[in-house]
Design a protein around this ligand. Structure first.
Ligand code: SF4
Ligand code: SF4
Ligand code: SF4
Length: 313
């Protein structure tokens, strides 16, 4: 595994497990050491939650110092390396990767391929969110569009009762005094339905087309995608090394690798580094993109690329 991929997987596991555990706090059967820092209750998730994009924006609007710093770092990371937030830190994105990986295990011969961008959907959703925030309806829209809120609702409304059910099963067979039964808290049926619907949407979209939700629905992804278009370092092809085997395209869950034109759509690339790991030739790596570098060699490279045979239809 490439060092970039190692780094990404390690950080993603820490954030996903830490945030998920914070939502499952207080259940005796899952009483593992607290990985998130902080004290009891919702504060448990604070250390990792402050690195979430929308909470950091909301904190910044209220001049919370730590949120200002977190937001500045998240924006700087995006402007330097693209949408690393979407692969390293966002639990909803990592959940989609888990679903997509399971789908790959079940149907290993079904691959995704490059698809042309359809950016207007995500930009309309982003514009609606901004308009709602400006006109005072931020709460309603953020509840349904902020990826951290969606993940939190899935954990709180669906995973927590399931975890309590598991705990009670274990408690029924255990002689340990530490393992006690817990009561369920009441969840309103519409909330249950809405959370299940949201989870179903995310699962179906990611099983079908990888990061489709991230690149069509999520307004945070749309905003970070806009910034990534001008990021300083971007993943790019090295035409001199590339053998056009097509392995990288098969591994790309964002369908943003265009081998024919040696072009990677930075606005949709979620910096997962699966393509870097898939390539044995070193044909994809971070490159420093200046305007001149992006435009002039790309023409030459495209000419060379079109004359080379490709394993990809
Ligand atoms: S696009 Fe949205 S849901 Fe997807 S990883 Fe990025 S922030 Fe999370
Ligand atoms: S995996 Fe590497 S060699 Fe194969 S097409 Fe992609 S960049 Fe080229
Ligand atoms: S091009 Fe695709 S596989 Fe490569 S890092 Fe971006 S999203 Fe991942």
């Amino acid at each position: 595994m490439s060092p970039l991929k190692w780094l990404r997987v390690t950080v993603a596991v820490i954030f996903f497990v830490g945030i998920a555990y914070a939502f499952l706090r207080g259940i005796p059967a899952w009483n593992v050491p607290n990985m998130t820092g902080g004290g009891e209750g919702m504060e448990d998730s604070f250390v990792l939650a402050q690195w979430q994009f929308v909470p950091s924006v909301l904190g910044t609007l209220n001049w919370v110092g730590v949120s200002v710093a977190a937001l500045a770092i998240l924006l700087a990371l995006t402007l330097l390396f693209g949408r690393v937030y979407c692969s390293f830190l966002c639990p909803l994105g990592i959940l989609q990767d888990i679903v997509f990986r399971i789908r790959r295990w079940i149907r290993p011969k079904v691959f995704l391929k490059f698809s042309r961008p359809v950016p207007w959907v995500r930009y309309i959703i982003l514009a609606v969110l901004v308009a709602c925030c400006v006109t005072g309806f931020a709460g309603l829209t953020l509840n349904w569009l902020d990826p951290y809120s969606i993940f939190g609702r899935i954990m709180y409304v669906l995973a927590w009762p399931a975890a309590v059910w598991g705990n009670n099963l274990l408690a029924a067979d255990s002689a340990s005094a530490d393992l006690v039964r817990m009561d369920y808290y009441p969840v309103a049926f519409p909330a249950l339905l809405a959370s299940a619907g949201m989870l179903g949407l995310v699962v179906v979209m990611s099983a079908w087309r990888g990061r489709l939700y991230c690149n069509t629905v999520c307004p945070v992804g749309a905003l970070l995608g806009l910034l990534s278009r001008v990021s300083l370092f971007r993943l790019g092809f090295d035409p001199a090394s590339c053998k056009k085997c097509g392995k990288c395209i098969k591994s790309c869950k964002a369908q943003c690798l265009n081998l024919k034109e040696y072009w990677i759509d930075a606005s949709r690339c979620v910096a997962c580094y699966d393509c870097v790991r898939a390539c044995d030739e070193g044909g994809i790596r971070y490159r420093w993109f200046t305007r001149a570098r992006r435009l002039i060699p790309a023409k030459k490279e495209r000419k060379e690329a079109s004359s080379r045979p490709s394993a990809v239809a």
